[in-house]
Design a protein around this ligand. Structure first.
Ligand SMILES: Cc1ncc(COP(=O)(O)O)c(C=O)c1O
Length: 368
């Protein structure tokens, strides 16, 4: 029987009983409710839902929606370069299982979103993780990275803006990664689910799929769009055979998207800029507050994130699980301990995306 690992993230939630706790770990900005979304977009969303067909969609996904994604995100591609997925989690599964087999090697950076490592390991690949360091502002250690490339390296997985640290890379660094991939014939899988959540003054990176022939880009409605209740993501590649393999695997999984999700996404994508603006305002506000709160704090080492909706807080005198479990038991607040991000550093992921975060920040960092 094929073995699937339990993600640590899911294990903490289940074993620690976090259902009734205040979620201060989330990687998505505060999810919209219907009213806020209708006010922001002036759309009658309930009408869109109630007039949606209740039939199957095609496996590759609605072509009107794919055309819209192309015009907003990948103008140099064609509509057949995209498939829709049920969330980004399905996208990760498709990419990894279509490209990797036993003996292949993958490189990625840690801390990271756990499935980016575990799903590749489950597919039989050896994953070489390159540790990013808070003291170096989470920058890529180029010598270590280049030394990790072998003749078996098949895939590099990146995720900028980054979960959990919120770090970004600039275009020069991105191009350096692309040219190393090109030199060694490596596929580049860019998890772009936080694209658009670059904070003030941080430019958005080019998409991997437009920039590199073996580049794969992934997006989703749950993260920068703050709509995790819409389980809709997408993958883009310029390689026809690869896309066909995704469709074969997808027909073993979700088969197709919910038509309700497709219609909502089609209606909401034109409002991307307004949605990003609302999300970034929440994030910047929380970030400034946290910066003041943790200035000169000796127990917690805080690094300002530059993108996404989370930051990584390093603990200077306590183990991650012990701190997070204690916080949960004493104050019913849940932050995600660092082992969930494939790192040995002690710390936790803290959300910057929650609207009423400030009072909870005070509670988290008051150790009395
Ligand atoms: C970097 C990253 N990629 C992919 C996903 C999966 O997204 P979804 O839960 O919408 O499928 C997440 C979710 O937290 C994530 O943080």
């Amino acid at each position: 029987m094929k073995q699937f690992k339990t993600f640590k993230m899911a294990r903490y939630s289940k074993q620690w009983g976090t259902e009734d706790a205040i979620p201060m770990h989330s990687s998505n900005p505060e999810p919209f409710d219907w009213q806020e979304l209708e006010t922001l977009t002036q759309l009658n969303l309930k009408r869109i839902v109630s007039t949606s067909p209740l039939s199957y969609e095609s496996t590759q996904g609605n072509s009107t929606l794919r055309t819209q994604l192309l015009s907003q995100l990948y103008p140099t591609l064609v509509v057949n370069n995209i498939t829709l997925t049920s969330g980004a989690q399905e996208g990760i599964f498709l990419v990894v299982n279509s490209l990797l087999q036993t003996g292949d090697e993958v490189i990625t950076f840690t801390p990271c979103f756990e499935p980016l490592v575990s799903v590749a390991q489950e597919a039989g690949a050896k994953v070489n993780t390159i540790a990013l360091n808070q003291n170096d502002n989470w920058s890529i250690p180029w010598d270590t990275f280049e030394a990790a490339i072998t003749e078996n390296t098949k895939l590099l997985i990146i995720n900028f803006p980054h979960n959990p640290t919120g770090c970004c890379i600039d275009q020069t660094e991105f191009e350096r990664l692309v040219s190393l991939c090109d030199k060694h014939g490596i596929w580049l899988f860019s998890d772009e689910v936080f694209k658009g959540l670059e904070h003030k003054n941080q430019p958005s990176l080019p998409t991997a799929v437009e920039h590199y022939e073996k580049g794969i880009s992934m997006g989703v409605m749950s993260k920068s769009m703050a709509l995790p209740g819409i389980r809709l993501g997408w993958l883009a590649t310029r390689n026809k055979a690869l896309l066909e393999r995704w469709l074969e695997i997808k027909s073993h999984l979700s088969i197709c998207q919910s038509s309700l999700d497709v219609n909502l996404t089609t209606a909401l994508l034109p409002f991307t800029d307004q949605i990003f603006k609302r999300n970034i305002e929440i994030i910047e506000n929380n970030k400034q507050y946290l910066e003041r709160l943790l200035h000169n704090h000796t127990d917690f080492k805080f690094s300002l994130s530059e993108g996404a909706a989370t930051t990584f807080i390093k603990l200077t005198d306590q183990k991650a699980e012990e701190f997070c479990f204690e916080l949960l038991n004493k104050k019913r607040i849940f932050v995600m301990p660092s082992p969930a991000f494939m790192t040995e550093m002690d710390g936790f992921r803290l959300t910057l995306g929650k609207k009423d975060a400030k009072k909870h920040y005070q509670n988290i960092f008051d150790k009395s």
